[in-house]
Design a protein around this ligand. Structure first.
Ligand code: XIL
Length: 613
């Protein structure tokens, strides 16, 4: 599996090996009050389009009401205009990144991410550009676009995590026909000299060359539900994926009305169609415009209906693992583009013209706090090897991708009777209803010890549950197969391979500078050894040497059978951790040698080494 699939900063396996976190204090449960806090517990960025002074004063970031709402409610921002051509290339030979820089600096000062928007669009040009394009050759247009993309992406490299590379390139459909590409100076007037979606692919390649780490998106509207326009985009994305064009995601703008928005089923269908191609989706520009009365107000009923629309979209996004960001198009109704672009409409955002929360704010909070976490049995892996498959009694597992949990790492603390807790930071994992001893919890990465009660079963139902401390308890289940043993050896680095966390007989760490003597012994620590005779109490510390794992244990080092001196619980560590002591067989070459333990018929992962003198 790809452990980085969710793109979040939650992947911390290097420091959060279970041994390291046992002594950390458990994070207290804290009720969330802002969208930003609630979104942190879902590991999803929540964003808003924002402005500085790109079109002159006032500088919105100097308005405390605006700035405080932006930084307290949102964890991401996207310049609504400051990174578009009309601002960033005011003359043919000059760039202006100052307003974008100011927005990026604000984001960085407030721990927010930045989406970049956009590099190639059919409109919002500086005044010189359309006249230039009218007489330019395709080769000149290609040079112009390449230079612009390269300069802008390079300027913001490392500070913008995702770019809308090409914006709104497809026509709106007439009838059921799949629409073609929109006329534009980059496509056909005169274009950059490439046919079809070739200009779009080329823009992605230029952006990728300038910042290989940025996520690259195609962004458009009216593609949130199945239909000919989505089909056109999906066909292009499929072609890009097939041909290695560096595209990571599609932006669903989500400019909707109460009378027109995708149903949960329709949105789900489109999210899943892109997930099947390995493509992420960001909801990039959500607003829900309402008809205003002569006083400029929306009706209470419309505001309630709007709240439901926002909740439906966010809930659906949270349920699909490839929906990895949610953003609204403006900080509040006071600064929304809607009244200007759609006369008679407004009140489209979760905060009103006075920057006060609307029903849509509350419904977004509800979606964040009550949507069941995603859970997928194939993301349940052994905590030492990171390999998935069946789980074994006593195995320490790490569950990735459960997208609701403590925003900050919560570690286990032993209770008064010396037992591992069954709840850390509000997170619990149950196997067929039996609460498991918990090692640590962090949204998207939770570690627990499979109860010994699963021994002898064919499969087990894993239930992951989170209590946010605000009265919301939500859970989800996944069924995984059970095996008698699934041994895995702890390694020193986070990859589940490389040097083992192996001790020499004097309890010093085996390493290149501290190899085991050719006639010495090593102590291996692992998990997944299966049931333990006589001391299989969930969450208790191992009672001491003597009781054995219930299946025969063998081992090899350097491919040679090694004499097993001891195999059983690891005294002083939690039940489920196994310790295997080996004597080093004669005749091994000096240096790192692969170590494998086998419990019953199952063997530990490849690639673990101990160093021999
Ligand atoms: C809008 C801005 O909000 C306005 O201020 C500007 O006058 C026009 O553009 N789709 C997009 C956005 O991708 O860039 C647009 O933003 C809204 C529609």
């Amino acid at each position: 599996m790809d452990l980085a699939y969710d793109g979040s900063e939650g992947m911390r396996h290097s420091t959060e090996k279970w041994l390291a976190v046992v002594l950390l204090g458990a994070a207290p449960l804290a009720g969330q009050t802002t969208l930003r806090q609630a979104a942190a517990a879902r590991a999803i960025p929540i964003g808003a389009a924002a402005s500085a002074d790109e079109y002159g004063p006032p500088d919105m970031l100097q308005d405390p009401t605006y700035a405080n709402l932006l930084s307290s409610q949102y964890s991401m921002l996207e310049p609504g205009n400051a990174m578009k051509w009309d601002v960033t290339q005011p003359t043919q030979t000059t760039y202006n990144f100052q307003p974008g820089d100011e927005l990026v600096a604000f984001a960085q000062a407030n721990g927010m991410r930045v989406r970049g928007h956009n590099l190639c669009w059919y409109t919002q040009f500086p005044s010189w550009l359309a006249p230039y394009a009218a007489t330019a050759t395709p080769a000149e247009m290609a040079t112009l676009l390449q230079n612009h993309i390269t300069a802008e992406v390079t300027h913001f490299k490392g500070r913008v995590f995702a770019w809308d590379v090409v914006n709104e390139a497809f026509n709106d459909p007439t009838g059921s026909a799949v629409p073609g590409l929109r006329d534009s100076i980059w496509y056909d007037q005169p274009g950059i000299g490439l046919t079809g979606t070739g200009y779009i692919a080329q823009a992605f390649q230029w952006a990728h060359a300038a910042d290989p780490n940025a996520l690259l998106f195609y962004n458009d509207y009216n593609i949130e539900e199945p239909g000919p326009k989505f089909t056109a985009v999906l066909n292009m994305v499929q072609d890009f994926v097939t041909n290695g064009v560096p595209i990571d995601g599609v932006g669903f703008e989500m400019h909707v009305m109460n009378s027109y928005y995708p149903s949960a089923a329709e949105l789900t269908q489109n999210l899943q169609a892109l997930a099947a191609l390995g493509i992420q989706v960001h909801i990039t520009e959500m607003d829900d415009r309402l008809l205003l009365d002569s006083n400029g107000d929306a009706s209470a009923a419309d505001l309630q209906a709007q709240a439901q629309v926002y909740q439906t979209v966010l809930t659906t996004c949270l349920q699909q693992p490839n929906c990895t960001a949610f953003q609204v198009w403006g900080v509040s109704d006071a600064v929304s583009w809607i009244p200007g672009a759609f006369p008679g409409y407004g009140a489209a955002l979760p905060f009103d013209v006075n920057y006060q929360p609307k029903p849509a704010f509350s419904s977004l909070m509800t979606a964040m706090e009550t949507t069941a976490p995603a859970l997928n049995g194939s993301y349940v892996v052994n905590a030492a090897s990171y390999q998935g498959g069946a789980v074994a009694p006593g195995e320490i597992v790490t569950i990735f991708g459960a997208n609701y949990g403590p925003a900050n790492l919560a570690g286990a603390q032993l209770d008064a009777s010396g037992m591992f807790p069954t709840n850390v930071g509000g997170a619990q994992v149950l196997f067929d209803g039996v609460p498991s001893p918990m090692v640590y919890a962090l949204v998207n990465q939770v570690s627990a010890i499979v109860p010994f009660e699963v021994a002898g079963k064919q499969q087990t139902v894993i239930q992951y549950q989170y209590n946010d401390g605000n009265g919301n308890v939500v859970s989800n289940t996944a069924t995984v197969p059970v095996t008698a043993s699934a041994p895995a050896i702890f390694s020193l680095n986070a990859s589940g391979s490389g040097p083992g966390a192996i001790l020499n007989a004097d309890y010093s760490l085996n390493s290149a500078s501290n190899p085991v003597a050719a006639n010495g012994a090593i102590l291996i620590f692992g998990t997944g050894g299966g049931a333990i005779v006589g001391s299989a109490t969930d969450g208790a510390l191992a009672p001491g040497a003597g009781s054995l794992v219930t299946q025969p244990v063998t081992a090899t080092i350097g491919g040679v059978a090694a004499n097993v001196l001891y195999a059983g619980p690891a005294p002083g560590l939690v039940n489920g951790v196994i310790q295997v002591n080996l004597s080093i067989p004669a005749g091994l070459a000096a240096g790192p040698q692969p170590v494998v333990i086998t419990v019953g018929t199952a063997s530990s992962q490849k690639g673990i080494t101990a160093v021999v003198q």
